[in-house]
Design a binder for this molecule. Structure first.
Ligand SMILES: Nc1ncnc2c1ncn2[C@@H]1O[C@H](COP(=O)(O)OP(=O)(O)OP(=O)(O)O)[C@@H](O)[C@H]1O
Ligand SMILES: [Mg+2]
Length: 318
C-alpha cells in the first residue's frame, strides 16, 4: 500500500499546555482512518497541524513524500479539510453554487473544472435540489454537506474531516456517512476523520487510532480493538437495583472477566461465553433475590473505547 501521509513524533504545546506529546501516525492510499479519543486528547490540534492551519513544535510530517515544513504550498493542493466551524465556512447569502464557484476560483480552478466537480459531488451527495438555495436557508446537515463539497472541489486525494456529523440528527448523519463512504471508496481517496460517534467509526473506518493525552497508545482495526477487550459479550444489569455485595459476587464469577460503566443506568460485565456467563450471573441474582433489568450485547467499539481509555487513565493515575 502506498503511504500518503506519515507523521512522526509530532509535538505541540499551547502556551505551556501540552496538547500533543508525541504523535506518530501513517495513512495509506484508499484507507479510512478514524482518530478517536476523549475531549481534549489532541485530535483537532493534530488535524489542524496536518491541514497547515497550525504549526507543530517538533516532529516530521510527510504528505506524498513532501515535507510539511518545506512544501506547505504544494501540500495544500493535495488535501481537503473540514474543520468544526460549519457556519463560517461559506457565505450565508450566496447560493450553494455561488459559494462553490467562489471557493473553487480561490483555489485557482477554472469555471469548467468547478462546474464538472459540482456536478460530480452533487450526484454523490444527492444534492442537486439544493444547489440553487442560499446557504443561510439550508438545514444543518445540508450546510455540512456543502462544507464537505467545498473541501472536495479541487479533487484532493487526501481528506481530513474533524467531526463531520457533529450535531446532526442520526438519519442525516447516516446519509452523509453513506455518501462519504461511497465517494471515498469509488474515487480511491484516503480519509482521516475524528468522531465521537463510535457506531459511525465502526461503520466507516478501516483502522482506528486511539488518542489519549496527546499520544496514540493504541491503533488497529475496529475488530482488533474489540478483541483486545478480552470479552466477546457484555451482560448488563440495571445499577439501581444491584446491591454492592452482589456486584462483588458477580465480579468473582469465573466467566466474568471485566466490568464497565458505560451508561449511568447499567453496569456491564464482560464475558467470553454468553450462555455460560449469563447463566452464572442470573444464578447469582437469584441467590441474592435481586429483581433487576437484564440485557446483553456483543462487544462494541464503544465498549472497547471505554475499556481502553479506562485502562490508560488507570495507568496514568498510578
Ligand atoms: N487555541 C488553544 N489555546 C490553548 N489551548 C488549546 C487550544 N486549542 C486546544 N487547546 C488545548 O489542547 C488540548 C487538545 O485540544 P484539542 O482541541 O486538540 O482536543 P480534541 O481531541 O480535538 O478534543 P474534542 O474531542 O473535545 O474536540 C486541550 O487540552 C485543549 O484545552
Ligand atoms: Mg476536536
Amino acid at each position: 500500500m502506498t503511504l500518503y501521509l506519515s507523521a512522526q513524533h509530532v509535538q505541540k504545546s499551547y502556551n505551556g499546555t501540552v496538547a500533543l506529546q508525541d504523535v506518530s501516525l501513517e495513512l495509506g492510499q484508499g484507507e479510512i482512518l478514524a482518530l478517536l479519543g476523549p475531549n481534549g486528547a489532541g485530535k483537532t490540534t493534530f488535524i489542524k497541524i496536518l491541514a497547515t492551519v497550525l504549526m507543530k513544535d517538533r516532529g516530521q510530517v510527510q504528505i506524498f513524500g513532501y515535507d510539511l515544513d518545506q512544501h506547505a504550498e504544494t501540500i495544500r493542493h493535495l488535501f481537503g479539510y473540514v474543520g468544526q466551524d460549519t457556519e463560517r465556512s461559506a457565505y450565508a447569502r450566496l447560493t450553494v453554487v455561488e459559494n462553490l464557484h467562489f471557493f473553487g476560483a480561490l483555489r485557482g480552478l477554472t469555471k469548467t473544472q468547478i462546474r464538472q466537480q459540482i456536478e460530480k459531488l452533487a450526484t454523490y451527495f444527492d444534492f442537486h435540489a439544493n444547489l440553487g438555495k442560499q446557504f443561510v436557508h439550508l438545514s444543518g446537515g445540508q450546510k455540512q454537506t456543502v462544507v464537505i463539497m467545498r473541501a472536495l472541489l479541487h479533487d484532493p486525494p487526501l481528506v481530513y474531516l474533524d467531526e463531520p456529523t457533529k450535531g446532526l440528527d442520526p438519519i442525516i448523519a447516516k446519509k452523509i456517512r453513506t455518501f462519504l463512504k461511497k465517494f471515498v471508496v469509488e474515487e480511491d481517496k484516503s480519509l482521516l476523520l475524528t468522531s465521537h460517534v463510535l457506531s459511525e467509526v465502526d461503520e466507516l473506518a478501516d483502522r482506528v487510532a486511539l488518542m489519549h493525552r496527546g499520544t496514540i497508545p493504541i491503533s488497529g482495526t475496529s475488530a482488533e480493538l474489540k478483541a483486545a477487550v478480552g470479552a466477546t459479550e457484555f451482560v448488563e444489569i440495571e445499577k439501581d437495583s444491584l446491591p454492592p455485595t452482589t456486584v462483588e459476587k458477580i465480579l468473582q464469577l469465573e466467566p466474568v472477566i471485566c466490568s464497565l460503566e458505560r451508561s449511568p443506568r447499567w453496569l456491564s460485565f464482560g464475558v467470553v461465553d454468553l450462555m455460560g456467563g449469563a447463566e452464572a450471573v442470573i444464578r447469582t441474582l437469584r441467590q441474592d433475590k435481586v429483581q433487576t433489568g437484564f440485557r446483553h450485547h456483543t462487544v462494541s467499539l464503544e465498549d472497547a473505547f471505554v475499556h481502553h481509555i479506562g485502562e490508560l487513565e488507570e495507568r496514568f493515575d498510578t
